[in-house]
Ligand binder design. Structure first.
Ligand code: NDP
Length: 246
């Protein structure tokens, strides 16, 4: 029987590539979308045309109740979640001087609280079954900080603190917990940046001189999810074209 993967934010640029790669690797794939996102039916149809059959569930990852309800439905329809990819995320960039508590809270809840909300309902099942993978999609800006991103950098750095602590707690139970920290990847989150800013400010920071591809991050997710990666836990893996080396 194939393993079940749940990817949050699967309709986004990175999430879609992760869903496709996991399906290519033989996993059954479920994803979440924001309640009210009207594009889900069209997206599922588009994926089907490309040969992918995904299930999509409404879920506000910032809400514990919504996450619980979503995962209960996934488990009922498909079975227990073996691989959880906490990928959903948002930015609300502004200098600290301009930042209000609304934009702080929103980013913390969506990027960091979501990791607790989604992991809590699946983690005990993974340890009981003696196999599981939790993969948290953080960011290079959680490793090095970024101007105008006190909220995002704090949330993304927090994800890795979570990964390390939980990795210790579940290490003997066949469950690994890891963080991936992508640099600039060519998704709409990044291509929305003005081309002149991309050319003059962002690309010069990247030794490889290009944006990363969603498929490159998806390949790393697939590796972390595999049996071959069983000894790899509590790591924060950078995938950033050499932009930031720790
Ligand atoms: P996108 O904006 O393309 O996708 C983000 C996804 O998150 C969307 O599918 C969105 O769903 C979902 N989402 C947002 N808020 C919620 C919520 N409250 N509940 C449920 N789902 C939600 O971004 P990317 O694909 O570029 O980014 C994916 C992840 O990778 C993020 O965590 C991001 O921080 C991280 N990252 C991205 C980088 C990049 O260069 N692109 C670099 C480093 C990290 P919906 O559309 O339905 O609202």
């Amino acid at each position: 029987m194939s393993r079940i993967t749940l990817v949050t934010g699967g309709m986004g640029g990175l999430g879609e590539a992760i869903c496709m790669k996991m399906a290519d690797m033989g996993y059954e794939v479920a994803t979440t979308y924001s309640p009210g996102n009207s594009k889900v039916t069209a997206w599922l149809a588009e994926m089907k045309q490309k040969g992918y059959t995904f299930r999509a569930y409404p879920c506000d990852v910032a809400s514990f109740e919504s996450a619980q309800e979503c995962i209960a439905k996934v488990v009922k329809d498909m079975g227990p979640v073996d691989v959880l990819v906490n990928n959903a995320g948002i930015t609300r960039d502004m200098t600290f001087k301009k930042m209000d508590s609304t934009n702080w809270d929103l980013v913390m809840k969506t990027n960091l609280d979501s990791v607790f909300n989604m992991t809590k309902p699946v983690c005990d099942g993974m340890t009981d079954r003696g196999w599981g993978r939790i993969i948290n999609i953080s960011s290079v800006n959680g490793q090095k900080g970024a101007f105008g991103q006190t909220n995002y950098s704090a949330a993304k750095a927090g994800m890795h603190g979570f990964s390390k602590a939980l990795a210790l707690e579940v290490a003997r139970k066949g469950v690994t917990v890891n963080t991936i920290s992508p640099g600039y990847i060519g998704t709409k989150m990044v291509t929305a940046i003005a081309p002149e800013v991309l050319e003059s400010k962002i690309l010069p920071q990247i030794p490889m001189g290009r944006l990363g591809k969603p498929e490159e991050v998806a390949g790393l997710v697939a590796y972390l999810a595999s049996d071959e990666a069983a000894f790899l836990t509590g790591a924060n893996i950078a995938i950033n074209g050499g932009q930031h080396m720790q």
